[in-house]
Design a protein. Structure first.
Length: 159
């Protein structure tokens, strides 16, 4: 019987109000989805914040395929033991997940990054799905112990 998805306990320290730094060179990437396929996306900004005393940055992308939209994939030090080895997504606007605008702010460049909402890509549930993995610049050396955890093997093979 399906018992729900495993999540880290809510962690208020994994919620950040950040400004999107749009002073970046738009770089078009071809990101691996598996050994044979890739997905095109362009860097549109970066966010900077501090986790466990360490300054970190993540790039935000615009998907060039699959309907477009903003996308923030990441991989952290919890991978692959505590969370999915391919990383997780914080938002993927084409699928309806979204960054959170800061209440009262009119500028979309200030957002809330709440890693308690981080979720596994579709390929974490079934090997038939292919997903873009976090580019090297979005691979953090610090742990993000918030959001969805690694799935059980029984769930992955059940489809």
């Amino acid at each position: 019987t399906f018992q729900g998805l495993p999540y880290f306990a809510y962690n208020a320290e994994m919620r950040f109000i950040v400004d999107i730094d749009t002073n970046v060179e738009p770089t078009r990437l071809s990101v691996a989805m598996n050994a044979d396929e890739s997905m095109a996306m362009t860097t549109v900004g970066r966010v900077h914040f501090v986790v466990e005393g360490e300054a970190v940055s993540l790039s935000i992308y615009w998907l060039e395929v699959y309907g477009g939209g903003l996308f923030l994939p990441f991989r952290d030090a919890t991978c692959p033991v505590e969370s999915y080895g391919g990383g997780r997504y914080l938002f993927d606007t084409i699928k309806g997940s979204d960054f959170l605008a800061v209440p009262g702010e009119r500028d979309w460049k200030r957002i809330i990054l709440d890693f308690n909402y981080a979720y596994n890509p579709s390929c974490a549930y079934n090997d038939r799905w292919i997903c873009p993995l976090a580019p090297i610049e979005n691979r953090l050396v610090v742990p993000i112990r918030a959001g969805e955890k690694k799935q059980q093997l029984a769930l992955r093979s059940a489809a």
